[in-house]
Design a protein around this ligand. Structure first.
Ligand SMILES: Nc1ncnc2c1ncn2[C@@H]1O[C@H](COP(=O)(O)OP(=O)(O)OP(=O)(O)O)[C@@H](O)[C@H]1O
Ligand SMILES: [Mg+2]
Length: 169
């Protein structure tokens, strides 16, 4: 495969709530090629879960008719994820993205899905056309080197503290 990305995958599945776990676990397995930390992987899983749940609950109003498409691409240390439905679409994206906004308060939704995606991923773009569907594109860079460097610094710091304790005696 010769292309812009180092690796790519596509999934398409029925909008049934059982498939939320399928999507989340599949993307996590794919993302693990970037060697993320447990926290980074958990962030990706949570964001995918929120986006796919939105397709299942809102796009098709829980009718279990329709499909959800998930695409993931890797380039260097970054994962790009696209989650798309062909459901009812979002009339006002800006309002929909506001924390605590939900169109389904009676279903005990908290209106925090988009806020969670934005806080766990580096970038979230929402595109939608009423009656045609919605596409959420997310991006996250795996900060491998920074994490290793930070851990090394912590170890050095801990060791120097121990040495300090030793000389105090
Ligand atoms: N794929 C989608 N298709 C149609 N409408 C959507 C879609 N995703 C989100 N929305 C709309 O955007 C609103 C906000 O979504 P968000 O995920 O932030 O909150 P929520 O799903 O209502 O609650 P929570 O995610 O906390 O359970 C939804 O209530 C819904 O009206
Ligand atoms: Mg939601």
């Amino acid at each position: 495969m010769k292309g812009l990305y180092d690796n790519e995958m596509k999934l398409e599945f029925a909008c049934k709530s059982n498939n939320e776990a399928f999507a989340r676990i599949s993307v996590a397995a794919f993302a693990s090629q970037l060697d993320p930390t447990i926290e980074e992987l958990a962030d990706i899983k949570t964001a995918v879960s929120e986006a796919v749940t939105n397709c299942i609950i809102h796009a098709y109003d829980g009718l279990e008719e329709g499909t959800v498409k998930v695409e993931a691409k890797l380039k260097d240390n970054t994962i790009y994820i696209e989650i798309a439905d062909t459901g009812k679409g979002i009339e006002n994206i800006e309002i929909a993205k506001k924390p605590l906004y939900t169109s389904k308060p009676n279903l005990e939704r908290s209106g925090m899905g988009f806020t969670i995606m934005e806080s766990f991923m580096d970038e979230v773009i929402v595109e939608s056309i009423v009656h045609l569907g919605t596409k959420v594109t997310m991006k996250k860079s795996i900060k491998k080197e920074q994490t290793i460097q930070k851990k090394q610094e912590e170890i050095v710091e801990q060791n120097s503290e121990k040495e300090g304790e030793f000389y105090d005696i």
